[in-house]
Every structure is written in structure tokens, then in C-alpha cells.
Ligand binder design. Structure first.
Ligand SMILES: [Zn+2]
Length: 531
């Protein structure tokens, strides 16, 4: 049986850009649009030309993307003609393949926010769709507050949608703008809409205010809608938009959808999903959500020893889909509950070949347990685990020695009489036969120590110069007689690889130093630096 085509519409660059703290540059937008096209997303909405400089520039040139590149904007203003509306003119001039208009579909909003009549709202929809069609664009209409509008006055809400469809809009998109609709309501209302407008012209745009944007999108598809709008990682204002990173694998891997529908994302593209999700976080300088469905670091992580041995035998026993399908991987956590099978599986994953009866495995397990009792957390710090394992198995070269370091924190008045606190670190390192002394100033003692440590490692400098610290987390652990500090440091490199290391000590500088050292040594091991 031929499967029906479902279309994906990404609005990360438009609706997603409404997120607090998110500010895409033109280059960011082009990079993300390219990445979305590579993923096989049918429509990429780039922004709102005329609303800000970046979006105007984005649509000033042909972008030649392998997707239907879409500009967003308002229908003509009430009381104006299409030829006398500068906002509409900017939209019609945009170098885009498609135009997505937004229009009111809730009578209450038409009266109160737009201060116009229902008839004028319908005329504005018809005129705008006609003008964009005349310009040769594919046209979509986002019906704002459709579900609330439909509950208040179904005839008017439907009339707005129908006006666009009758005028030749390719898609009429039903928006749950305030995110308050529930899946059973969406399914019922979409079911009623598709009796009037064919489902292969109906889209869903859900927000996540009751954490059901994904469920609402799937409910709309079940009821007949054939376009889904959403964003990467569910980016979007308030609680976000429907998360395409969760929707795509569900459509591809769950039989209810996979048997009936086909999407533009191939299996090979699906395997790039985790990477795309993490890349967006990186561009936003955010740590990826470890618990994100499908793509999170913990999405296929298992802790207890008994589960780990079952997973190694038969992954399906504990996994709802194979992690590699979405570009993720199985992870067996090493913790104080760990059995030997966990450790063996981790060693296998990091590529350390050890016989399962090797006596050193028991030794490694013992060391892990001892150190976890002291406060080390290897579940979160797999790079430190890898180093520990390699050390116990006798495989980490001694690249360099830190002979001493000195960190100094000083509060004083600066040249303009303002009180400032500055930190200075001096590190003495021995690399081969050479002694190197580096000093650096930082905005805090750990920052200064990090800068000094990575300033000059002699022959190893080229391996570590691209390391960046992307996250630094401190926890005070209350165990035994004195509190200790646990520091977790996340680092990345020029290849986009990301690793986490751990340090524990009663002294925060010392704990940070351990984690920094592990990060550098891990990078040297990974790069195959000569001893
Ligand atoms: Zn929205």
C-alpha cells in the first residue's frame, strides 16, 4: 500500500527565535537553514522580512537551499489595499519560495486586537493570498489561535481557513498559539476541519504550554492533517514549540505512523538527528538536555548491572528503538551499583580491548567504587572514566608534569577608582626535559588557572589549543566529617567533540585543577599525541 506523504515545516528561525536569550545572526540562520535542508525538512521558515534587519538581509538574496525557503509575515492591514501596505510589500519582495501569512481566526481577537470586522478580516486573508499567488509564491496561512477561535465560534474560525484555501493557499495551518489545547480536543477539531478542507492542505502548529505539543501534533496527523510545524529541540517562546527532534523519529520508527506515512527525512538523514540537535545547542551555547527523548545523552543509558547484562545480550529488552537509528548510542552507566558487565561494556564502547576474565577488570571496578565513595561521579564524567580505565590498564602516557601552581586572588582599586577582583595564576610545567612557566589573568581563580595551564604545553600545544570549556558545575557534597567539592567540567574541541571530566577535593581550586588536567590529558589521548 502506498504511504501518504507528511510534510515537515521548521520554524526554528522564526518562532524559535522568539525564545528568551536566543539571538541568531545572519550566519547562524544560514547555517541552521542549511542543516535543516540537509536533514530533509520540506519547509524552512527563515524569518519575518521587514521586521528586523537580520531577516530583511536574509531574504535580500536568493539562498538556493534544498528546501522550500519560507518568509513569514502578516496579511494586509485592515482598511488598506494590498498595494498600499509596506509590510506586505516587503514580504512580497522577499526572495523566498513560499510565504506564510499569519491571520486572526478568533472573532474575539479580530474585534479586540485588530479592531476590525469579521468581514474585513476575511477580505484581508483573500487579498493577501491572491497577491502572493500572483507573485508566484507558494502560500501558507497560519490561523492564529485557531483552536480557541474554533471553540468560541467554529463558523468564523473555519471561514478564515476556508477563505485562504479557496483562494489557492497550499496549506492552511491550524495554530494552537497559546499552547493550551489538549490532544483529544485537537484530534476532534482537526477531524471537523478536514471535512471542509482536504487534510492534505491542513497543517498543525502546536505550542508546548501543557507539554503536549508533540502529542497534539501527532493527534492532528491522526485526524487528517498532513503538515507538521515545529522547531529543533522545541525551541520557542514560553515553553517552546512542538519539538521536531522528537516528532521525526516517532514518525519514522513507530509503526502506527511509519506504516502509513512517508516523510522527506531518509534513514541516513535520521541518523544525523542527534548531531543536528546538539549542533543547535552548541550554537546557542547551551549544554544539550541529557534527558531529551531519542537524542539526549541519557536517552539510552542504563544504570543497574542486571539490566546492563541483559542489554548486552539483547538490546530490545530495554530499548524502545535502536539508538543508532537517530545517531545516538547506548550507554551503560558506571556507578556504585555497577556490575562487571557495565564496566566491560563501557570498555568496549571506548575501544579498550580487554579479556573479560582479566584480573585488572576487578581492580578497575574496585577503584571506581572507592573513588565514587569519595565523591567522584563517573556517570557524568565519561572522559575521566576513560582515563581512569586506561590508567588502571596501564595505557596513559605521562605527557607532562605540573611541578607547581600558584593562584592569587586580589581585590583592589583599578585605574578609574572602581573596586575589582582579579585572579592571577602561574603554572610551572615540565614537558619532556623542558620546564615551562606560564602566567595568566582571569576573571576568577579557575579561569586564570585554566588559561595558564593551557597557555604553553610546549610540543603538545597544537593538540590542545582548540579546547574550550563549555560548562563548569560545582557541587558541595556533605559526606563524612568534612564537606568536599565536586567539579564537573565540560570541554569541546575543533571537531565538535564534547567530553566531561571530574575533580573532587575539599578545596575548590584543587578539584577544578584535577578536572582541567583530565580534560587536557583526555584530549591528548584522543588525538593520539606521542608520549
Ligand atoms: Zn507559534
Amino acid at each position: 500500500m502506498a504511504r501518504e506523504r507528511l510534510y515537515l515545516f521548521d520554524t526554528t528561525l522564526r518562532d524559535g527565535a522568539q525564545t528568551n536569550g536566543v539571538d541568531f545572526t545572519l550566519n547562524d540562520k544560514l547555517a541552521i537553514a542549511g542543516m535543516l535542508a540537509d536533514l530533509g525538512i520540506d519547509y524552512v521558515e527563515g524569518g519575518y522580512p521587514g521586521a528586523n534587519l537580520t531577516d530583511t538581509e536574509l531574504f535580500a538574496d536568493e539562498r538556493k537551499l534544498a528546501t522550500t525557503f519560507t518568509a513569514f509575515g502578516m496579511t494586509r492591514r485592515p482598511g488598506r489595499s494590498t498595494s498600499n501596505d509596506p509590510g506586505l510589500a516587503a514580504l512580497l519582495d522577499a526572495k523566498a519560495d513560499a510565504i506564510c501569512f499569519v491571520a486572526k481566526s478568533w472573532d474575539y481577537h479580530v474585534r479586540v486586537a485588530l479592531e476590525t470586522s469579521p468581514e474585513e478580516n476575511l477580505a484581508s486573508i483573500r487579498d493577501s493570498v491572491r497577491a502572493a499567488k500572483a507573485k508566484g509564491r507558494e502560500v501558507l496561512l497560519d490561523c492564529e489561535h485557531f483552536f480557541d477561535g474554533y471553540k468560541a465560534d467554529p463558523r468564523f474560525a473555519l471561514a478564515c481557513a476556508k477563505a485562504a484555501y479557496d483562494e489557492g493557499a497550499r496549506w492552511v495551518v491550524l495554530c494552537d498559539t497559546n499552547g493550551g489545547a489538549l490532544p483529544h480536543e485537537v484530534e476532534r477539531i482537526v477531524g471537523e476541519v478536514v471535512r471542509v478542507i482536504p487534510g492534505d492542505h491542513v497543517g498543525i502548529h502546536a505550542h508546548n504550554d501543557t507539554e503536549q505539543a508533540v502529542a497534539n501534533s501527532l493527534a492532528a496527523v491522526r485526524a487528517g492533517a498532513r503538515q507538521i510545524q515545529g522547531t529543533l529541540n522545541g525551541l520557542g517562546e514560553r515553553c517552546g514549540n512542538a519539538n521536531l527532534v522528537s516528532i521525526i523519529p516517532t514518525l519514522k520508527l513507530k509503526a502506527e505512523f511509519a506504516d502509513r506515512f512517508e516523510i522527506g527525512v531518509s534513514d541516513a538523514q535520521l541518523a544525523k538527528l542527534a548531531h543536528a540537535s546538539h549542533t543547535l545547542d552548541e550554537m546557542l551555547n547551551r549544554a544539550p538536555d541529557r534527558h531529551a527523548p531519542y537524542v539526549g545523552e541519557s536517552a539510552f543509558a542504563t544504570k543497574a548491572g542486571i539490566h546492563a547484562s541483559a542489554i548486552m545480550k539483547e538490546p530490545k529488552t530495554y530499548e524502545h528503538v535502536p539508538p543508532e537509528r537517530v545517531g545516538n548510542r547506548r550507554k551503560l552507566l558506571v556507578s556504585d551499583q555497577a556490575g562487571k558487565s557495565n564496566v566491560l561494556a563501557e570498555l568496549d564502547r571506548i575501544g579498550l580491548k580487554v579479556d573479560k576474565d582479566d584480573a585488572r577488570i576487578a581492580r578497575l571496578l574496585e577503584v571506581v567504587k572507592e573513588r565514587e565513595a569519595l565523591g567522584y561521579a563517573y556517570e557524568a564524567a565519561d572522559a575521566s572514566f576513560e582515563l581512569l580505565a586506561r590508567r588502571v590498564l596501564g595505557k596513559v602516557p605521562n605527557y607532562f608534569d605540573v611541578e607547581k601552581f600558584d593562584v592569587n586572588v586580589e581585590q583592589r582599586e583599578n585605574a578609574v577608582g572602581k573596586r575589582v577582583t582579579v585572579s592571577l595564576a602561574v603554572v610551572k610545567v615540565k614537558v619532556g626535559g623542558e620546564t615551562l612557566i606560564s602566567a595568566a589573568e582571569g576573571n576568577g581563580p579557575v579561569n586564570a588557572l585554566d588559561l595558564a595551564l593551557r597557555k604553553d604545553l610546549g610540543k603538545y600545544q597544537s593538540y590542545i589549543s582548540a579546547i574550550e570549556l563549555t560548562d563548569y558545575r560545582v557541587r558541595i557534597l556533605n559526606g563524612g566529617t568534612e564537606a568536599v567539592t565536586r567539579v564537573l567540567i565540560e570541554s569541546t574541541d575543533e571537531l565538535g567533540e564534547r567530553w566531561t571530566t571530574v575533580g573532587v577535593s575539599p578545596n575548590i581550586i584543587d578539584a577544578s585543577f584535577q578536572a582541567l588536567m583530565d580534560s587536557i590529558v583526555y584530549k591528548l589521548v584522543r588525538s593520539g599525541a606521542p608520549a
